[in-house]
Design a protein around this ligand. Structure first.
Ligand code: ADP
Ligand code: MG
Length: 309
């Protein structure tokens, strides 16, 4: 798949402090790319470089195979981390103004804003002043303004911070839909665990460096350990526990159940299949749970950091 965006070995210093070191990313067309890492990792610095707000000390950025130049700004919709709207302006007035700055005609802007305000069920905000809105409400307006001109690349810096879980899900669904309609999306987050299902590709950034990247499914496959979480109802949990201990590599599992199941995580060696384990267990009791343990992005992140230290 062709890449819409390529960053090659970007480095950025602030004085003697290195905020970004030799970071390269490739963002395939039509994908959602997650830039994940803790606070201070360098995510916003990289995003600001892509948006031509910050110049890198070294490295280059290509959009659609062209070296980044000022005209590319119109191809990118950018939701900055520091959200800024003019507090005393009315919501609708401001949205119309910003949409026209992005090159939409007034009538086109009105039409598209109507669609989005209806979609988010916020038409009655049109005549409110921005200062009357909560942080989450203002953020919704800013999200709309970011996507309104249908740019080919959308960049959201920490789009979920400031939202309650319900509104964060609304935004997640919108991001998926924008991707399905052909947009390419980059978003950053320091809350790795909550958004991993959203990304097709991801890069993990830590202390200015990229420590891992790739297709999320490939990364998960590479980190999975052939471990199954199992719940079994038996006459005697201790007997089965001992039995499993003698035959498998097991650790206790804790998930909630309403009855007294034996709960364990079983790691299989390469010679044993999940079906064999299932057969083995079905002779010992009633299997209530059997699922593969897939590492979370957070676990992968921690493992990658500790392995590199
Ligand atoms: P993230 O978005 O991953 O939380 P940032 O890219 O904002 O991280 O910041 C990375 C590091 O660079 C932080 O330690 C931050 O303090 C520093 N930094 C960012 N911008 C500047 C700046 N303009 N001047 C000095 N230091 C900066
Ligand atoms: Mg940031």
């Amino acid at each position: 798949m062709a890449n819409l965006l390529e960053v090659q070995q970007a480095t950025k210093q602030f004085g003697s402090f290195t905020a970004l070191k030799d970071v390269s990313i490739q963002v395939p067309k039509g994908s959602i790319f997650g830039l994940l890492g803790p606070n201070g990792a360098g995510k916003t610095t990289l995003i600001r470089i892509i948006n031509q707000i910050t110049l890198p000390d070294q490295g280059s950025v290509y959009l659609d195979n062209e070296l980044l130049h000022p005209q590319h700004i119109k191809d990118i919709g950018y939701l900055p981390e520091e959200r800024g709207l003019y507090k005393s302006m009315k919501v609708g007035e401001q949205a119309l103004y910003l949409a026209q700055l992005k090159g939409l005609s007034k009538s086109e802007a009105k039409e598209r804003l109507k669609y989005w305000f209806d979609k988010f069920d916020i038409t009655d905000w049109w005549n409110k002043k921005i200062q009357e809105l909560s942080k989450g409400m203002a953020q919704k307006v800013q999200f709309i303004v970011t996507v309104l001109h249908k740019p080919k690349l959308l960049i959201f810096d920490e789009p979920f911070s400031g939202f309650d879980p319900i509104n964060a899900n609304v935004i997640k669904d919108e991001i998926l839909q924008l991707r399905d309609e052909g947009a390419t999306v980059i978003f950053s987050t320091h809350r790795m665990e909550s958004v991993e299902e959203l990304c097709d590709h991801m890069a993990l950034i830590n202390k200015s460096k990229k420590i891992l990247d790739g297709k999320v499914t490939d990364i998960k496959k590479a980190f999975k350990t052939n471990t199954f979480e199992v719940g079994v109802l038996t006459e005697n949990n201790n007997d089965l526990y001992k039995n499993l201990q003698d035959n498998f590599d097991i650790t206790p599992a804790n998930f909630k159940t309403i009855d007294d199941q034996l709960k364990v995580k079983i790691t299989l060696n390469d010679d044993t299949s999940s079906n064999e384990l299932l057969q083995y267990l079905s002779n010992k009791g009633q299997i209530m749970r059997f699922n593969e343990v897939i590492p979370t992005v957070n676990e992968i992140f921690i493992k990658t950091i500790t392995d590199n230290e």
